[in-house]
Design a protein around this ligand. Sequence first.
Ligand code: DLL
Length: 433
Amino acid sequence: MNPISQKDYIDVAGLRKMQLAKLQELIPYEYERVPLFRRRCDEKGVKPRDLATLADLAKFPFMIKTDLRDEYPYGLTAAPMKDIVRFHCSSGTTGKPICIPATMADVDIWSDGVARCLAMYGIMEEDVLQVSYGYGLFTGGLGAHYGGEKLGCAVLPTGAGNTEKQIMLMKDLGVTAIACTPSYFLHLATTAAQMGVDFRRDTKLKHGIFGAEPWTDEIRRKIEEISGITAHDIYGLTEIAGPGVAGNCPYCNGLHVWEDHFYPEIIDPDTLEVLPDGEQGELVFTTLDRRGTPMVRYRTRDISRLQTEPCKCGRTMRVMDRIHARTDDMLIVHGVNVFPSQIETGLMKVPEIAPHYQIHLSSTDTLDLFEIKVEVVPEAFSDNIRDLEALRKRVLAAVKTIIGLTPKITLVGPGTLPRSEGKIKRVIDNRKK
Ligand code: DLL
């Protein structure tokens, strides 16, 4: 076993004891240093000493995204500036960003999470890791970079973009693992094919470390099929660390949460009650070790479930379901709730459809217009209108069976829809609000 993985196998009783001890340090620390947290606790009539068991965490207030915006830039910073070594920010689509100052110890814990994910995927010191997540304020690039170095990999910090050069370097330097968004990898794969590069024949690529956006099991299979690599899932968010909060092992269809650093809860997003393991709801995290910007009970908006079955790999850290949806990405079309991942699942059942699509919503005064533009794979794209019409009908049937609605399906030629170097934008919602 790689020494970096040893912590993954801690006995459960020891883990719970450790989590409680860490919380009993964190809560008073946060209470003393972060006025918003203190005010919320006081309003609820709860004091740091009220945390006697792990279940008592439920008495403490939640933190949400708008709190981070409202307190921008330093309102939630708990450590003095002399201890801060790094900032990460997430832009958000509207208004102010959120800003997360981190101490050296925070960066180290985060890197530990990423390194443990990489080790769990079977990546070793001998591996050459190409980091094609964006560097900078986004956590993807630097997160994967520090984790790779911590494990001892040779890191190639290409960042996102300049796709042809990425493929050249991948070949020339013998890259064995790549970290990027799944949508960017699909773009890389298409570009490689256009350059006459076959991943299996011309590169040493074995591992993909994919996250930062939802991706269905169908896309995962497609990626593995076209490239011959193993597609690993890595999860995280700026507010809690960045990538490396959780990752999948070869045995589970979910992700082990590094619970010794990040304490997970699942809540009912309507009642805000904590749900027992096994039930689906909104994922909430508390950072057990972070001191720059600690988070107590941060509501992620991601929908998941903590699985109850112990994992066959022997790791004791709980497994959360892969994230396919967020509470805020649900679309309501003609009064029906639709998640983009459901549409993706339907589309990917049709072999002639490429993993590139866009959902368009617009409205007249009385009606929602719902269109899905999908790319056809080059081999199936023809001028024969009758063939295309038959394919369109099959695509519609595959989507309709899952969402129960009849969107307009528009088939488009290979390479027509926009590609992304980072997180892809799948939904264009121009409806009148
Ligand atoms: O996306 C951190 C990250 C970078 C994770 C690289 C993995 C790899 P944010 O920009 O703050 O941070 O976005 C966080 O992205 O709440 C999820 O909704 C989504 N997300 C992240 N990882 C996954 C994943 C980074 N593996 C938000 N599967 C999260 C599905 C994911 N969604």
